[in-house]
Design a protein around this ligand. Sequence first.
Ligand code: GLN
Length: 195
Amino acid sequence: MVTPRVGVLALQGDVREHVRVLTALGAAVDLVRRPAELAAVDGLVLPGGESSVIDKLARSFGLQQPIRDAIAGGMPVYGTCAGLILLADRIVDGIAGQQSFGGMDVTVQRNAFGSQLESFETRLAVAGFDVPVQAAFIRAPLVVQAGDEVERLAVLGDGGIVAVRQRALLATSFHPEVSGETRFHELFLDAVRGR
Ligand code: GLN
C-alpha cells in the first residue's frame, strides 16, 4: 500500500504526540510551517494547544488562506481540541478578533467545561468503534451546534457533542494522541489514502 504523506501543523501545541502516532501507523509525516510544506502533503493534522495562538501564527506565516484553500479542495484534516476550534465555522468565547480556518458547519465553544472541570478523562462510545475510547479532555471545547451535514460521532452523557465528521474533516474535543488511542488517526489516514 502507498505510504500516505501527511503534515502536522507545527506552529504551537502537541505536535510531537501526533507525529508519534502517525509515524507508528506507517505514515510519512512532515512538519508544516510554510505554504510550500502544506503543498507537499495529502492530509493535515491540527494539534491541540491554544487555538488563538495557532490562529495568529498561521496568519503571520501566511498559512491561513492556503489551509482554507486546501480544506475547500477536499484535503482530509483531523483536528484535536484547539484543532477542532480551528475547523469550526463559528467560535463562541474566542479572544477578540480570533479567527478559524473553518470548513465544518459547527459552532464550537472554547473552554466549555469551566474551571472546575478543566481536565478529565472518560470512557466514550464512538460511532463505528467496537470498543469505547479513553478520552482525555484538557481545557476542552464543545460543539454547541452542528449543521445537518455534520455527523455526530460521540456525545457525552449530557448530550454535549465531542467528536464530529463532515466530509473529509474530522475533529475531536479530546486528545486521543495523549492516551494511546490510534483509531481517529487511522480514520484520518484512511481518508488520505482514499483520496
Ligand atoms: N482551550 C484551548 C483553546 O482555546 C484548547 C485546549 C487544548 O487544545 N487542549 O485553544
